[in-house]
Design a protein around this ligand. Structure first.
Ligand SMILES: [Fe+2]
Length: 864
């Protein structure tokens, strides 16, 4: 039986509310009782005020009233509040246990008995030899009979008597039918129902079924406005004077309450310490020294995310205050493990990002490096065992039973995930769309397109794990032709590859599974983590903060597009990239494999991400223009024959974004040659660009010197303006749709039969084609852990409007520039909706939706 089953059947919002109510209720229990009666000391002493005063009026010495309490006086009469507080403290936990925990656990057990660990356990028990496990058989006799795992019929003797008592107990317990004399039936848990397989397209194999997507409930995030409402203090976040006065007054009240409540709190703390101190100490020692098992680490991760989401403040652009921006300054950074020449600013350097409770706690860490060196993130144990899914067991339901509360919304619609047609959609509209290349027909007869992952095939893996790899080839009509798998060989052996043909066999289905999973891992590690987060977004934001003043128009323009990036990237460094953190745990790569993967990450990026100054074929300026000019890259791809819907929508989006940037620059710097001259003369802007390019150069050549700095003065102003526009647009494009393409992988991460981070080598021969349970759950939890909402690109309410941060701009200009951009986005969003709505009317392979460019789903900046 897997040791880490976590069945959670609460709705997400409901669960978060419970947590909030519990925390607030606890606070209320402590604070409220003393409020109406003027303080706990008054109640506790309960001596008449006049008496205390008269005793203190000794002629020889004047003592404070609190110091002359007469311990020999008559016992104080307890007040109603004194009685109520302990009563509530006793009643609330018991009521919670009786009305919430017990019914919940009963539903959980019922679910587990129908399917899950309990069922597996009962099945094992039933097939065990008759002479073995007798005590367990006796204990679970009733369950075994109910599950028809042993012969039906009445038990006799002691088991019969036990069953009779137990049946009555079950009726009387909370959640039972007889409670309060009312016969009610437990509400059916939809997750308990076995989800039907998606109908297979005609002619496709049933070896690899497609499991339906499970949509999590919509989370309810709080905002700063919610806090205002709670405080009932409209100016709390308004003007500085009012808020300071408000906080100071409230703080004084709270301070007084603390003083008054001190004896009670101290007594309570002592009682709790006596009751649970030993246990808590033991747990702390265990966690610190004995390395907790994987199950506990993942449960801790889930609890962390649940807490984080509960207190997470949804970013509202209208609430940003430019006075909170930090001045330009050199940022303190930490060096990334594994990868070459990547430094990431510490999250304490971030500005504006509110985050939530978790982020606030992290900022309290004693040092910037503390989190990296802490046990929780840097040393969770390796996944020590791999449990296979049973035939017909739904992997989506398996992970969603655990992650339902914290899993992000699934935007993409995947009704068919595993057929050959789905493979074409996966490469043309899904995760492979940005890695689609033209195939060489002279080397691969009949092939027109290819998506490659064999670049990873040579990376060493841990014992028992399958290695990555597989290139999939399509003909000109996007019918899959073959999959070529590069096998791992010893250094002295000839390279060897295996070709799989679409014959519907298990081998073919396995080859497809390997390809999808390899691409999923490849894109996550290289394109998402390295390329998007730690390379371009990281470098640009660092240069922005170090070179642009807080009132610089470009710093203000990039504010929404850089929102939270430092925070997110530092968390990614600590939790995803650091040795033995979450991502390395899920990958099959051993330490050598990880080192090689990160060291090669720069060269493994899609070509348009790479600044190749070493080749010498083009000058650094031409390469810089190519790197930033997305339109040039897309047109080149279209000329090559890659005129896919993905690139068509990419070009449309690029032009909208570029116009927004150009309009903004024209407003501040002017148009024509005067504008070009003003732009070229902006020293801060120049240093911002050159620092970015120099740092990007360092990824390919750590010892590169400032060639760009030498060439820049001779560049004509008109060319400089184009470079600036493309540079800013490219950054905004990458952190919006670029990140959406590689990072919004909810549909994939939810289903380990669709995509898995790692899987056993034995899967080639046997078992359902799905990753192990531990990896499935780890991947889904990772997805959930790395999903925090960022500001919306398409303003869907007045609070999404960030144009107020543009400096020294009239209302009219602001409305015009921002309004035109939003209007274009809205129009494009309608087009994207229409494209998806008419998918079924188009012939294969374009009979599929495309979600990554739709502005209504986009956020302005990267989330992890
Ligand atoms: Fe991300």
């Amino acid at each position: 039986m897997p040791a880490w089953n976590v069945n959670v059947t609460f709705g997400g919002e409901k669960r978060r509310r419970y947590l909030k109510v519990a925390v607030l209720g606890l606070g209320a229990c402590i604070i409220w009782p003393s409020w109406p009666c003027g303080g706990f000391v008054n109640s506790a002493t309960s001596a008449p005020r006049g008496e205390i005063h008269s005793r203190a009026s000794d002629l020889r010495v004047t003592l404070p009233a609190a110091a002359v309490l007469d311990v020999g006086s008559a016992p104080a009469e307890p007040s109603a509040v004194q009685i109520l507080v302990p009563l509530l403290c006793a009643i609330i936990p018991v009521a919670y246990w009786w009305y919430v925990l017990v019914p919940f656990k009963r539903r959980e057990l019922a679910s587990s008995k129908r399917k899950g660990d309990m069922k597996e356990y009962l099945q094992d028990l039933a097939i065990a030899p008759a002479q073995e496990r007798k005590p367990e058989r006796w204990l679970f006799d009733k369950y075994l009979r109910e599950a028809k795992l042993i012969e039906a019929g009445e038990a006799s003797g002691l088991p019969k008597a036990v069953q009779t008592v137990e049946a009555g107990l079950q009726e009387q317990l909370p959640g039972g039918n007889a409670q309060f004399g009312v016969r009610v039936s437990l509400p059916a848990d939809p997750s308990m129902e076995k989800a039907p397989l998606l109908p297979l397209p005609a002619g496709e194999s049933s070896i690899a079924p497609s499991w339906p997507v499970v949509q999590p409930p919509e989370p309810a995030y709080s905002t700063l406005n919610d806090c205002q409402t709670c405080l009932r203090c409209p100016s709390a976040y308004g003007c500085g004077c009012c808020s300071t006065l408000c906080y100071a007054t409230l703080g004084l009240v709270v301070f007084a309450l603390f003083l008054v409540l001190y004896p009670f709190v101290a007594a309570l703390a002592l009682v709790l310490l006596l009751l649970f101190g030993w246990l808590a100490g033991s747990v702390m020692v265990y966690l610190a020294c004995l390395r907790p098992p994987p199950a506990l680490v993942w449960k801790g991760a889930k609890l962390l995310q649940l807490t984080r989401l509960t207190f997470y403040q949804l970013p509202k652009a209208a609430e940003w205050r430019v006075t909170d921006l930090k001045p330009k300054a050199k940022l303190t950074t930490g060096l990334l493990q594994y990868a070459i020449a990547v430094r990431v600013p510490f999250l304490s350097e971030d500005e504006l990002y509110a985050g939530g409770l978790f982020e606030s706690l992290v900022r309290l860490a004693p040092s910037a490096e503390f989190m990296t060196s802490s046990m929780f993130f840097s040393a969770p144990p390796a996944i020590s065992s791999l449990s296979s899914f049973r035939e017909g067991e739904n992997p989506v339901e398996y992970v969603m039973e655990v992650c339902r509360d914290i899993y992000p919304k699934v935007v993409q619609e995947w009704n068919d995930k595993t057929s050959d047609r789905a493979l074409a959609h996966f490469c043309l509209h899904g995760l492979g769309a940005h890695r689609l290349e033209k195939a060489d027909p002279s080397l691969h007869t009949g092939c027109a397109y290819v998506v490659r992952t064999n670049q990873l095939a040579a990376l060493p893996v841990r014992d028992g794990f399958e290695h990555y790899g597989n290139d999939v080839y399509f003909d000109k009509d996007f019918k899959v032709v073959k999959i070529v798998r590069e096998e791992q060989v010893e250094p002295w052996e000839m390279p060897r590859s295996t070709t799989f043909l679409p014959d519907g066999s298990r081998t073919w289905e396995y080859a497809k599974f390997c390809f999808r999973s390899s691409l999923f891992s490849f894109v996550t590690l290289v394109d998402h983590l390295y390329g998007c987060h730690l390379q371009l977004a990281n470098v640009v934001v660092q240069a922005m903060r170090e070179q642009l003043s807080s009132d610089h128009p470009i710093r203000r323009f990039l504010l929404p597009f850089s929102y939270g990036t430092i925070n997110i990237n530092d968390l990614a460094r600590q939790t995803l990239v650091t040795r033995d953190s979450f991502v390395p745990q899920l990958l099959p790569l051993d330490n050598e494999g990880l080192q090689l993967a990160w060291a090669s990450a720069y060269k493994l990026l899609p070509p348009e991400y790479v600044l190749d100054t070493a080749s010498g074929s083009e000058g650094p300026l031409e390469l810089m223009e190519t790197l930033f000019d997305r339109e040039k890259v897309i047109k080149r791809k279209q000329e090559q024959g890659l005129d896919t819907s993905y690139y068509q929508q990419a070009l449309r989006y690029w032009r909208i974004l570029r116009k927004f940037v150009a309009d903004y620059l024209d407003h501040y710097y002017g148009t024509g040659s005067r504008g070009e001259m003003a732009l070229a003369a902006d020293e801060e802007l120049k240093l911002f660009l050159l620092q970015t390019v120099t740092q990007l150069q360092a990824f390919s050549d750590p010892f590169s010197t400032g060639q760009v700095h030498e060439l820049w003065p001779s560049v004509p102003n008109s060319r400089k303006k184009l470079i600036f526009i493309n540079f800013l647009t490219r950054f905004c494009e990458l952190v919006t749709v670029g990140h959406e393409q590689v990072g919004q992988v909810q549909a994939y991460a939810q289903d380990a039969s669709f995509c898995a981070f790692s899987w056993s080598k034995s899967l080639r021969q046997e078992g359902p084609l799905v990753g192990p349970k531990e990896v499935a759950l780890g991947g889904a939890l990772l997805m959930a852990l790395t999903s925090t909402p960022m500001p919306r690109l398409l303003a869907q309410s007045p609070t999404d409007d960030w144009s107020h941060v543009f400096p020294a701009m009239s209302e009219g200009d602001r409305a015009k520039i921002f309004g035109d951009f939003q209007s274009e986005l809205r129009k494009f969003s309608t087009e994207c909706d229409e494209y998806n709505a008419t998918a079924a009317e188009r012939p294969f392979p374009n009979d599929f939706g495309l979600w990554v460019f739709n502005p209504k789903f986009l956020e302005t900046s990267v989330s992890i």
